[in-house]
Design a protein around this ligand. Structure first.
Ligand code: G1P
Length: 291
């Protein structure tokens, strides 16, 4: 099967981040660090590892620092170089010239609307979407998007990451109505955004990683507001089921919902414990703290 390569990724980063106020009053929530890398950097690294070249950020007012993060930091780089300092910490923060594109979503009309704002840059090719506050932590070389691109190269069509959560959490997410399962792949028969408690078709949710065909942009063009009065990506994807292949991919790795305070702290703790420089210290500290 020949499929068009996934070359572009869209990162919706226009959200206000109200759950992290006051931290996010002046700082974009996507720039909050997990240990010492901002959340958005992990998502971009994940896309780069999957062979994706062009990063499209859908930003909003007050998110200019994200643009600066992926630019050259002239004063910093020059000063540190003159001092003979190691600059490896900045690896991956400067994307290839022309490969970081920024568009603005002018009004918070929903995730579907944010993605639609990137339609002219995405053009007529399959593309990935990564929600940066969902932190997907895989083993090096086998991140979530890499696993999805590998699956996409086999089955083509549309793919969403699929994650099992306790049933009572389903009202907070997009939920899959699953069909046949084959290894890590599950057929998607239906999708529903934020189902009312007790009505979800399964406990398989969408944790914010997608590979979609460009036709979704035409659907989004006229997509009406859904759950929460917002234009929902989930609703647009649901209309493609039956027209094009649609699968869920189970991620082999750890997921942290960094849109929630608990998930964010968990991610920091888990990543800190893995580090060569501070892991042993944090382990000892945590052990004493809970004793
Ligand atoms: C969005 C999507 C939802 C998905 C979730 C993952 O919801 O609409 O389908 O499950 O992200 O975090 P939001 O968290 O923006 O309300």
């Amino acid at each position: 099967m020949t499929v068009k390569k996934v070359r572009k990724a869209v990162f919706p980063v226009a959200g206000l981040g109200t759950r992290f106020l006051p931290a996010t009053k002046a700082v974009a929530k996507e720039l909050l660090p997990v240990v010492d890398r901002p959340l958005i950097q992990y998502a971009v690294d994940e896309a780069l590892e999957a062979g994706i070249e062009t990063m499209i950020f859908v930003t909003g007012r007050g998110k200019g620092a994200i643009e600066d993060h992926f630019d050259m930091a002239f004063e910093l780089e020059t000063t540190q170089k003159q001092r003979g300092k190691d600059m490896s910490a900045l690896e991956g923060t400067r994307l290839k010239p022309g490969n970081a594109i920024f568009v603005r979503q002018q009004e918070p009309l929903g995730l579907g609307h944010a993605i639609w704002c990137a339609r002219d840059i995405v053009g007529d090719e399959p593309f990935a979407i990564l929600l940066p506050d969902e932190f997907m932590h895989g083993t090096p070389g086998a991140g979530c998007m890499k696993q999805m691109v590998d699956a996409y190269n086999q089955v083509g069509g549309n793919l969403v990451c699929a994650l099992e959560v306790p049933m009572e959490q389903t009202p907070s997410y997009g939920v899959i109505d699953p069909g046949a399962r084959n290894g890590a792949l599950t057929e998607v028969k239906g999708l529903v955004e934020k189902p009312a408690a007790g009505t979800a078709p399964s406990n398989l949710i969408l944790p914010g990683r997608y590979i979609l065909q460009p036709e979704v942009m035409q659907i989004l063009e006229t997509q009406e507001a859904g759950a929460g009065g917002e234009i929902q990506l989930t609703d647009a994807m649901a209309s493609m089921i039956g027209q094009q292949p649609f699968h869920g991919v189970t991620f082999d790795g750890q997921r942290f919902d960094c849109g929630s305070k608990a998930g964010y702290i968990e991610a920091n703790l888990a990543l800190a414990l893995e580090r060569d420089d501070i892991g042993a210290h944090i382990r000892e500290f945590a052990r004493k703290l809970v004793a």
